[in-house]
Structures are given as C-alpha cells and as structure tokens.
Write a protein that binds this ligand. Structure first.
Ligand code: NAP
Length: 248
C-alpha cells in the first residue's frame, strides 16, 4: 500500500523538514499551508524534481470545512491517507497573560488545538478499521511548553499544547484497537521563524545557553523524531509523548 502523509503547516520550518524527510522515505506528501503559497509551491516542486511525490493544499486548519477539503484533496490527488502530522501552529506575540488580546488566544487555540482535533477526527474517520479503513498513524507536534507553562511569554500557547497532549493520550487508547497509533513529539527551542513571528527574533540566541545540550535544536532533528514515530520501527509506541528538547 502507498504511504500517503498529510503534513499541516508542512511548507516552512519544522513542517518543511518533515515533508522533505517523508518524501525521501517514499511517502507521497500533501504539504498543507495557510498563507504563504510560494513557499509551499517551491517545496512541492523541489520534492517532485527529486523524484518524490507531493502536492500543496491551502487550508486553514482551524476551519472544519477546510480540513475536510484538505483530506478530500489529498485522497483525490495521492490516495488514502496513511499518516497525519499535526504540525501547524502559532504562538501569538510574546507577553504576559494579563496583556494578551482574547482574540489572539482564540486564534492560537483555534489553530493549535482545534486544528489538531479536526484533523485527527478527519484522519480517524478514514483510517479506523471501525470505519472500513486500513489503519494509520497520527503524530502531533506538541511543545515542552505544555509542561513548562511558558510564564511571561505565552501561557495560552502552553495551554493549547497541553490540550493536544491530552488528545494524544486519550485518542491512542480509543483507537489503538482500530489499527491507529497516536503519538506526539514535544520540541524545545527550535530555530525557525516562529520566534520572530512571536515578536522576539533573538529568542533562540537568548535561551540557547540555558539548554542542557547547549544549543537550540534544528527542524531536521524534530522531523527525524516525527518520521521515526510514524514508522514501523516505532510499532509499539502508542500514546507516547516524546520530548525532543536537548534535555530542557
Ligand atoms: P513556523 O516556522 O512559523 O511555520 C508555521 C507553519 O504553520 C507554516 O507552514 C504556516 O503556513 C503554518 N500555519 C500557520 N497557521 C496555519 C493555519 N491556520 N492553517 C494551516 N497552516 C498554518 O513554525 P515552526 O517553528 O516550524 O512550528 C511548527 C510546529 O512546531 C508548531 O506546532 C509549533 O507550535 C511547534 N513547536 C515549535 C517550536 C520552535 O521552537 N520552533 C517549539 C515547540 C513546538 P504559512 O506559511 O502559510 O503561514
């Protein structure tokens, strides 16, 4: 059976490393994005030029209908989805909790939490043997913020990631007997644009010296963990939340 992966937010940062690595391992990849079509299209061209198989699909994961369209498009273009990576995420601007705009909190929870819930439900309805599917794997990119709480920076973001950890644990138990494994990777500080988008381009340099491993992680290091959790080598990992944080 062909392996078909949906990577939400698969066009930049950690998601792009996941899309590239998956394609190099033989997955057909649907690279989801929200706004920046040029990044998604050039990544898809790169994968296809290197002998892989990829398509790009614009969808806002916080919108249930757009998530359904994302899965329908992937099935039409690539075939039945065998792996979902819930990677799309934002932090909102760094600030104290008593200063954050409620609309920002709503947007962060909408993308990070509701997006992962909507996509996981769409995946389960297709993969579960209970629904006539052949099984599959869901890996969610969480954050060690779920455990650290991110005081003074983005408590709402940490809360949005703690929710996906709970989803991972519960859903793994619910669908483990229906051919689906559900796991998560929790990155620490990874050098991507997310920190500049959060209003502090120097955040990686500021925090790196405090990380036990002495440096920030790379998008590729997170992609490696995601791809491993999705592979047969991790066949007995279910409900696992794997820290990938340099010991933080
Ligand atoms: P990034 O470089 O800012 O990339 C974010 C990706 O998400 C982009 O592809 C973006 O698409 C997409 N996206 C944003 N909103 C979306 C929406 N509503 N629907 C669909 N896609 C959307 O971020 P990153 O650092 O790679 O982060 C990836 C994941 O890792 C996130 O879940 C993040 O919380 C988590 N994480 C990151 C770190 C870190 O230090 N970097 C640490 C812990 C956890 P467009 O290009 O179209 O905007």
């Amino acid at each position: 059976m062909d392996e078909v992966m949906v990577v939400t937010g698969g066009s930049r940062g950690i998601g792009a490393a996941i899309s590239r690595t998956a394609a190099s391992k033989g997955y057909a990849v649907c690279v989801n994005y929200h706004n920046r079509s040029s990044e998604a299209e050039s990544l898809v061209a790169e994968i296809n030029n290197n002998g892989g198989r990829a398509v790009a699909c614009k969808a806002d994961v916080s919108d249930f209908e757009q998530v359904e369209n994302l899965f329908r498009y992937t099935e039409t273009e690539l075939g039945p989805v065998t792996m979902l990576v819930n990677n799309a995420g934002i932090t909102g601007k760094i600030c104290r909790f008593d200063e954050v705009d409620p609309q920002i909190m709503n947007q962060v929870v909408g993308i990070n939490t509701m997006g992962a819930l909507y996509c996981s439900q769409a995946a389960v309805k297709r993969m579960s043997t209970r629904h006539g599917g052949n099984g599959g794997v869901i890996v969610t990119v969480s954050s060690i913020a779920a455990r650290l709480g991110s005081p003074g920076e983005y408590v709402w973001y940490a809360a949005s990631k703690a929710a996906v950890d709970a989803m991972t644990i519960g859903l793994a138990k619910e669908v483990g007997g229906e051919g689906i494994r559900v796991n998560a990777v929790s990155p620490g500080i990874i050098d991507t644009e997310i920190h500049a988008s959060g209003g502090e381009p120097g955040r990686v340099a500021r925090i790196a010296p405090m990380i036990p491993s002495g440096r920030a992680g790379t998008a590729q290091e997170i992609a490696n963990a995601v791809i491993w959790l999705g592979s047969e080598e991790a066949s007995y990992c279910n409900g696992t939340i794997l820290d990938c944080s340099g010991g933080r």
